[in-house]
Design a protein around this ligand. Sequence first.
Ligand SMILES: Cc1cc2nc3c(=O)[nH]c(=O)nc-3n(C[C@H](O)[C@H](O)[C@H](O)COP(=O)(O)OP(=O)(O)OC[C@H]3O[C@@H](n4cnc5c(N)ncnc54)[C@H](O)[C@@H]3O)c2cc1C
Length: 216
Amino acid sequence: MAKALADGLDVETSCQVRACTRDAGGWALSLSTGATTGPFDYIVIAAPAEQAADLLLPIAPALAREAQAARTSPCWATMLAFSSPIRVDFEAARVSDSSPLAWVAAMKGNSGAYSCWVLHAKPDWSEENIEQSAEWVADRLARAFASITHIDVQPVHASAHRWRYAQVQVSAGTPFGWNEDLGIGVCGDWRLGPRIELAWQSGDALGSEIARRNLR
Ligand SMILES: Cc1cc2nc3c(=O)[nH]c(=O)nc-3n(C[C@H](O)[C@H](O)[C@H](O)COP(=O)(O)OP(=O)(O)OC[C@H]3O[C@@H](n4cnc5c(N)ncnc54)[C@H](O)[C@@H]3O)c2cc1C
């Protein structure tokens, strides 16, 4: 979706913005590549709250405080692949007992068989084990999966990915932040809550606001 929306636009990916600075010409961005890009009339920071706060602190303290007040919890996610379908009587589940798992779901393979599963760990467990290796986490979550499904089949593939800023726990409560004098906007799911549609609504509201001001 994002690729299609960006069609025809000048977008640079896989590039971290280290700092934003402003002079009479407008905003300039210092990039992790060592390059500087700009000048821009406006900047929009659409990063998770914790990362947005780091960028905002030197340039827009009030917006930075809003980002600092938001809270995001991490999520260790794991994918398991089995060489043949495993026999369980559900395709997805929320796990409410003391298991490290919060949620599991089967993914339909090309053959139509359920041979791949995605597992999400609970926020507390993810936080406690945030610095563990991906291999350690994949092993623990695979064992937790075996425990809730009562299966005794080894996966042929298990890999874990750490999402450090996964789920908004405390949001800013307004769709976006905006400083007209500086020409800085902030948006993202952390403005409204932990859903992709709320991230969309936040960006859409900020984009509409900037467009409205430019049309005046
Ligand atoms: C494992 C997992 C499963 C999820 N499942 C669901 C689901 O089923 N349904 C649902 O509705 N939501 C789900 N979510 C939540 C959903 O993904 C988020 O709500 C949504 O992606 C937030 O969008 P965003 O644009 O605000 O931020 P993000 O998607 O986090 O995008 C922010 C981007 O900013 C980049 N960035 C940060 N700092 C900088 C910097 N300094 N310079 C340049 N770039 C930077 C990041 O790399 C990132 O690409 C899930 C999230 C995770 C982690």
